[in-house]
Design a protein around this ligand. Structure first.
Ligand code: NAI
Length: 467
């Protein structure tokens, strides 16, 4: 096959930005052009305040930007010039119409396909990088087949397995790169790109549909492990077993393995819930209700874990948190990212607000405007307008501060919701001294479990053990 010299990527988000930066770094002979309709986001990619926080990302972008990595809003010309076009736009859960609350909203994918059909000339390889329901490539092929320009296309599926917070590491040394397709020459062209840094045994090629389905399945299995250990955490709290001990014991079984067995307040992130619900919807569509129900339980268990955490706080604080200050440590869905999509913190904060608590929120990477927007959306609860009570609670009971000491001063309790390393470095004596007594600390990540916080006087509660 002829080697690829020009790549375009539509969508400059958490996936498009880092993956293309890595391709540009590893393939100096390839011009990589990342485009997006969001001009503000593109401006950030062209600055030193990248829209995505990932350890090591700024270094990679700085090395390549202006050399063979470009960010712009010039969607049409980027498509026209590229030999290979990645589609890396968002595919959120649909919130209207048929399949609302489950199915993926493919509107942005379809718009990309139509845009490619409109401006492409000659031959293009179109690569699905976004996570899509199995058989989406069929729809893309059908749209592309309708062109009257004489342009021809191959469609590949190349789902992304990076995890936020470790994106650069994951992209540098992926466990595998999965490429699904029908045309051998198109598959070979993409394999050749990755072969610049990924060892050949990690380049896996399959048919299109296996590739599309593997991404949904991988996320479903990962989330299932979290929900499985979280379900056991509830039983541990009732029985004096300790979930971290149980996890260590089962994880030493090589058939189970040690990873992804950390009990917590619940998983978050833009992908797990959306992708499982997408899988559930597909199963229903293909008339497999038992399979749908099986996977849906993973999401239900996660919702239960979040609400169980709030109930425990309320119960422990003598059955009322009304008018009590609660310090929220961390708002991102996990450490080392500024992403808050579906973060457990959103739901914990919302439910505490509904109990009339006063929240003082600190996160080292998430902007105050972002936290407010997430909480406002959560309090709106799908309605167009905030009701008066919710608006008042948001205005009067939420403050966002830039320091855990300010957040914790005069608080009745701390709720630790993101496992940021810096929380382990806190001055716990000072925090304890500044709090109302008894000083409660609810650790949604078991991050401080080994730090003997009761020695400072805290009433410490974690996930999955009795205190
Ligand atoms: P994102 O929301 O951060 O980025 C998507 C970008 O696409 C946005 O900047 C948006 O403006 C742009 N966009 C939408 N429609 C467009 C159009 N018609 N033309 C040009 N630009 C357009 O989303 P993210 O997180 O990067 O996810 C992208 C896909 O990758 C999703 O399907 C997601 O499921 C998948 N994925 C996400 C992972 C993650 O950790 N965030 C990991 C693996 C896969």
């Amino acid at each position: 096959p002829s080697s690829i010299r020009k790549i375009c990527c539509i969508g400059a988000g958490y996936v498009g930005g880092p993956t293309m930066a890595m391709i540009a770094k590893q393939c100096p002979h390839i011009e990589v052009h990342v485009v997006d309709i969001n001009a503000a986001r593109i401006a950030q990619w062209n600055s030193d305040e990248l829209p995505v926080y990932e350890p090591g990302l700024l270094e990679v972008v700085s090395e390549c930007r202006g050399r063979n990595l470009h960010f712009s809003t010039e969607v049409d010309s980027a498509i026209a010039e590229a030999e290979m076009i990645f589609i890396s736009v968002n595919t959120p859960t649909k919130h209207f119409g048929v399949g609302a609350g489950r199915a993926a909203n493919l509107e942005f994918i379809e718009k990309c396909a139509r845009k490619i059909a409109e401006v492409a000339r000659g031959h293009k390889i179109v690569v699905e990088k976004s996570t899509l329901p199995v058989r989406t490539a069929q729809a893309i092929k059908t749209i592309l087949a309708g062109v009257s320009t004489g342009a021809t296309f191959d469609v590949l599926s190349n789902p992304e397995f990076l995890a936020e917070g470790t994106a650069i590491e994951d992209l540098l040394m992926p466990d595998r790169v999965l490429i699904g397709g029908e045309s051998q020459s198109a598959i070979d062209a993409l394999v050749e790109v990755y072969a610049n840094w990924v060892p050949p045994e990690r380049l896996l090629t399959t048919n299109l549909w296996s590739s599309e389905l593997s991404k949904l399945t991988a996320n479903a299995f990962l989330a299932q492990r979290v929900s499985s250990i979280n379900s056991i955490s509830a039983l541990c709290e009732a029985t004096e077993a300790d979930v971290d001990e149980v996890a260590a014991a089962i994880g030493m079984d090589s058939r189970i393995g040690p990873k992804f067995l950390k009990a917590s307040v619940g998983f978050g992130g833009s992908c797990f819930q959306k992708d499982i619900l997408n899988l559930v919807y597909l199963c229903e569509y293909f008339r497999l209700p038992e399979v749908a129900e099986y996977w849906e339980q993973v999401v239900k268990m996660n919702d239960y874990q979040k609400s169980r955490f709030v109930s425990r706080i309320v119960r422990t604080l003598f059955n009322t948190v009304s008018d009590k200050k609660i310090a929220i440590w961390g708002f991102a869905f996990k450490k080392d990212t500024n992403d808050t999509r579906e973060s457990a913190a959103i739901y914990v904060c919302r439910d505490l607000l509904r109990e009339r608590a006063k929240l003082s929120i600190y996160d080292p990477r998430v902007s105050p405007e972002h936290i407010r927007r997430e909480l406002t959306d959560a309090m709106r609860n799908g309605d167009a307008e905030l009701n008066a009570t919710s608006a008042k609670l948001l205005a009067e009971n939420v403050e966002i501060v830039s320091d855990i000491h300010v957040a914790s001063s005069d608080a009745h309790a701390v709720a630790l919701l993101t496992e940021w390393d810096e929380f382990r470095e806190a001055d716990f004596q000072r925090i304890h001294d500044g709090m109302k007594k008894p000083a409660f600390l609810f650790d949604g990540r078991n991050l401080l479990k080994d730090m003997s916080l009761s020695d400072y006087g805290f009433d410490y509660h974690g996930i999955g053990f009795s205190s």
